[in-house]
Write a protein that binds this ligand. Structure first.
Ligand code: SF4
Ligand code: F3S
Length: 123
């Protein structure tokens, strides 16, 4: 079993979930987060923290199809361990339908990429 992030996170990225995860298993895309299914210890504390209700256990209806997506993205997106400001239009995008088709950006978080580049240059 694992918990997953679904498309309700897209264009919101409130990151309240990151702050409470005891094992730091969230990974950051440009406009959504995912959970690494093999690192998640199923504690469930992140689920009620998400204002978008984007986090579910994989036993929940419709959640199982998100496990593979969370796994794939967590292998290439950077780890996020601290809470950040939500995306600028988070509240406006909270209840939008079809977010995956219309809003999803299939890229790792650019903010972290810039930070990684800086670190590499500094070495
Ligand atoms: Fe982290 Fe627990 Fe949420 Fe899994 S269920 S992502 S371990 S807070
Ligand atoms: Fe996304 Fe909810 Fe976390 S919107 S960043 S899953 S708090």
């Amino acid at each position: 079993m694992t918990y997953i992030v679904n498309d309700k996170c897209i264009s919101c990225k409130y990151t309240d979930c990151v702050e409470v995860c005891p094992v730091d298993c969230f990974y950051e895309g440009e406009n959504m987060l995912v959970i690494h299914p093999d690192e998640c210890i199923d504690c469930g504390v992140c689920e009620p923290e998400c204002p978008a209700e984007a986090i579910l256990p994989d036993t929940e209806k419709g959640a199982l199809e998100w496990v593979q997506f969370n796994l794939e993205k967590s292998l290439t997106w950077p780890n996020i361990t601290e809470r950040r400001d939500p995306l600028p239009d988070a509240d406006e995008n909270l209840d939008k339908a079809n977010k995956f088709k219309t809003l999803f950006i299939d890229q790792p978080a650019s903010q972290n990429l810039r930070a990684c580049t800086k670190t590499n240059n500094d070495l």
